[in-house]
Design a protein around this ligand. Sequence first.
Ligand SMILES: [Zn+2]
Length: 542
Amino acid sequence: MNPKDQIKENLSITDVVSTYIRLEKSGAQFRARCPFHNEKTPSFYVSPERKSFHCFGCQASGDIFSFVEKIENIPFFEALKILADRAGISLQDSQKNKEESRLISLLKEATGHFEENLKRSSEGREYLFSRGLTEETIKTFHIGFAKNEWRDLFIFLASKGYSPEEMEETGLMIKTEKGYYDRFRGRIMFPIRNVSGATVGYSGRILPSLVDPSIAQGKYVNSPETSLYHKSKILFGYDTAKKVMNETKEVIVVEGQMDLCMSYQSGIENTIAVSGTAFTDDHINLIKRFCDRVILSFDADSAGQNALKKSAMLCLLAGLDVYVVGDLGTKDPADLIMQDKELWYTAIKNKSHIIEFLTRKAINEEKDERLLGKKIVNDVLPFLRAIQSPIDRNHFLKFISQKIKISEQTLQEELLRINTAINERKEEIITKLQIPKKEMLVREIIALIRLKDLKDSDHIKDLEIDINLFPDQIIEEEIFKIEEKLTSGNSETYFKDLIKSYKKELFNDKIEVLQKKLRDGTENEEEIMKELSTLKNIYKQV
Ligand SMILES: [Zn+2]
């Protein structure tokens, strides 16, 4: 049997179709409102027996392959791949495919093991219940628990016949000279699934009772990038959100795992999460398969707001309509929903369009009328320019003009000055929104200080860095990244290099200030030149 027939044999068409739309039983068949044309009464029929679908409204018909092709808006071969993954069948019988499907099975076993652990861990269950999750949600997301032991999972997987190398390949084990040990210990385990719904990695949250203040641990530890898990291609919750994304053409994007689970539980199933990063082009393509509209709910801190801007820019350039959920008045959506899910519904209902959001933000931050004009040009107009529909662009141009006292015509002129080929400038705009290099270095240094307890090291004394400058979450994420880097190198050299780069950035800043003074000609030129050459000398020594 060829793979195509085999896949068809293994999968039921009702299972496949109901991943995307709600089916109701109607005699020997199932029916639904057609996903391919607009209708009030169902004329879309699925026959499990003939393994086919037919719509009496728009005449769409076919099998599982044409259904997935049409609904995901992808070519046949991609549909084939999605369904092959789902059926656990490898398309080419190559060595690589065989290895991949073995790793997928390994991860499936591991997920089951974590789920079993959770059933027996009253501590783990109590924690999840205390955060407001129900038994059903825990089951839906296959949330589990990794015991606080060094080789619990290792022993289990070995008993299932998996080799240590295979376990390491999935990122579940860490290899040392003394042998292998479990990466995730004492953590609540959230499986991370790919587009087809197969688990490819985990996000593990430490149990609060196991937090040991004497050692550095990340609150969240994620699987490293592996041959299966590519962070830039995964949207948390995409597989559980698909159906309602397709129905509503709309998706709500939150930051954390817990936000995702709670939002889903509150009835907003079309919620997905990005993990501490902004969108990539791959993410946008996944969203565009089903949605026209994206609603972003990111943290109010600077990291969250940066991610928000970057994500919004990419979405606008891709032709998506972008909305923002305003300040929640609480830490995150999960907390809000635990208080009262109605508050979350209201927050979403009161969303504002990204242009309105950014305009109001600028008005709040800048009271000087002239400077406000400049701020709008810098902070808002690039987003306006990124809007693909000229009608929408005009609409929001009017909005801005009404909010600040600048004529539409002037704004129009400013808009033209922003490079007309904004697509080519995409990279530039996105880089501009990124965190400055100096701040990244400070984050890394603080993380390393915490990780290796270097508070009193001579290297950092003259840097005057406030190690409590950033919220814990940011530093914890940074610590995780560093742990990855340190496994493959010498920490002393790494630390020295880091400090060196930071010092260079500091010098660059100082030199820039002096050069500006020179250009402005406001101060004694000779003095500045002297200072400059001293600085450049020190710079060389660093
Ligand atoms: Zn139809």
